[in-house]
Design a binder for this molecule. Structure first.
Ligand code: COA
Length: 167
């Protein structure tokens, strides 16, 4: 029954997260920084959103809209001249919505040091050409870690929906 919700173009679709992983690299330029030469939080949020959307779109083969961003933590600053690498991976699918974990790393090109600077969970909804929500292929977690992340995502979803109801 569950799979029937994921009928897309007439055929049942299930996919592992490995088919939609996105890795994106940006160079921190002067226009991306504050007066201290640190990457602007808003610019990083934009890149996180783009990386997450590409993953959700790759999984669903649809245009997607961001409906929620949560657990967005800034752990360390990235400096002008460093590379920022974003790694986005699908963690959960519902009927039309998908959760993506995006991790951002800064690489100092002179020392080669790489540190985790930020991570966030984003939820996207797949839309058809008319802008209506549409069913997505079901995510099949393949490893113990992916199964754990899927279960944890269910808890986060309940929290998000509770917040939505409070509005
Ligand atoms: C995306 C949108 C069309 C969905 O409309 P909607 O009336 O919320 O649709 P639904 O209630 O059917 O929800 C669709 C799915 O999103 C989920 N959802 C909606 N709001 C959510 C939220 N705040 N957090 C988590 N999931 C959410 C629903 O649970 C449902 O998931 P499911 O199909 O997997 O069970 C509408 O919310 C919207 O236009 N939002 C603005 C999007 C936007 O402008 N984003 C920024 C630019 S991309």
């Amino acid at each position: 029954m569950e799979h029937e919700q994921n009928i897309n173009n007439g055929s049942i679709q299930v996919k592992p997260s490995s088919t939609s992983v996105v890795e994106m690299t940006e160079l921190v330029l002067p226009n991306d920084t504050n007066l201290l030469g640190n990457l602007l939080g808003g610019r990083l949020m934009h890149w996180i959103d783009i990386a997450g959307a590409m993953t959700a779109s790759r999984h669903s083969n649809r245009t997607v809209a961001t409906v929620s961003v949560d657990s967005l933590d800034f752990k360390h600053p990235a400096r002008m001249g460093e590379l920022v690498m974003l790694k986005a991976k699908l963690t959960w699918t519902g009927r039309t919505s998908m959760e993506v974990l995006v991790k951002a790393y800064a690489e100092n090109l002179k020392s080669g040091a790489v540190i985790l600077i930020s991570r966030a969970y984003l939820t996207f909804v797949a839309l058809d050409d008319a802008g209506k929500t549409v069913a997505v292929p079901q995510l099949i977690p393949e490893t113990d870690e992916e199964r754990k992340m899927f279960e944890e995502a269910c808890v986060r979803r309940q929290e998000r929906l509770k917040r939505k109801e409070e509005d």
